[in-house]
Design a protein around this ligand. Sequence first.
Ligand code: ASP
Length: 439
Amino acid sequence: MKKVVKFGGSSLASAEQFSKVKKIIDADKDRRYIIPSAPGKRNPKDTKVTDMLYACYDKAVRDEDFKKELRDIRDRFQKIIDGLNLKTDLTEEFRTIERNFNEKAGEDYAASRGEYLNGIIMADYVGASFVDSAKVIFFKENGEFDYEKTNDFLTRALTDVEKAVIPGFYGSTPDGKVKTFSRGGSDITGSIVARAVKADVYENWTDVSGVLIADPHIIDDPEVIDIITYKELRELSYMGATVLHENAIFPVRIEGIPINIRNTNAPDEKGTWIVQSTGQKSKFTITGIAGKKGFCSINIEKDKMNTEVGFGRKVLQAFEDNDISFEHMPSGIDTMTVLVHQDEFMNKEQNVVSQINRTTHPDSIDIESDLALIAVVGRSMKSSRGTAGRIFSALAHSNVNVKMIDQGSSELNIIIGVTNDDFETAIKAIYDIFVVAAL
Ligand code: ASP
């Protein structure tokens, strides 16, 4: 068996956390490919090393003195090295970083140094080879990730290596410059490595015991999801669930490699399995709930809309011409509603409305803002009757007015629109009826 293990920033924030990580790696000889993040927060008030690097480079770019900032970063790493009784010497590395900062090597180069240095320490600590991600992970000239070139290089670079550390978050462009993924991108690196070595599992170690059924800021101590499909997770992440970077699914999906989310601080817990497909019923009728605030609905009415060929296209054209993507589009016989992100729409509102007026001559256009969307996701909904009924009666009992309903034809999710003010109440009501009531 081959396992790829990725450790998030909070799992590597201090020497103490590093030693937990080593125990995890040593406990299973199949854990051969290790992807570290940069050191994260040691406590809620702490700063992530990645953010320290951005701030430090910001000074360098403005030709201000950044020595103190760089020294603080070095101290963070030195504390880890000393705490682990290692001999790793980063003097030369920091000299190079300082020189490259002076030469304005780029913000991405700066940010990537957190993963790079943590990788060097990790390789020393666990006795593994260090593979610099700039030499094996590639982006194209236009900035897109280069899947095939990366897969080729990585597969070759890792074939005969018994144990390797490959830092997360960055790679390089054809001109040799370092480029990073978006924030939280070490998850993507782990997934890319898992694909390249055809791993049996991609373990993603973090500081929670898996993907939670609902946001812990809204529900106290929510249940952990035992098993979830890639598709279900994609729906939940799109709607705001944040355990894993949303682009981390694609590489492992190609090979059907399962992801196991685990907790570094509670390694005996099984965590969440994210899989291609499963015959296992989820514990509850729904797999998860997620949602976002800040949407706006544009409701267009016109008598006999149903007979007017091209009406919908003309309406959507107005959004396209103003570079606004839409989220949902429920419709009735003589009405059509388009849901968009409020912040993208607000300053283009009048342009869109006047174009719709001009091209479709509707009877009315109503705009409602401050709406929230909630996705209730679950593969088991397909085969259980009455799910929608239970959702809506729970919402009615909690006095939540439902503004919009949209059920995808895959029956994997039901999307509900409510006002921003009702958002938390609605999520609580849905959680209670499907999870609390079933415990
Ligand atoms: N260190 C980077 C960040 O803070 C990447 C990561 O942790 O995945 O976003």
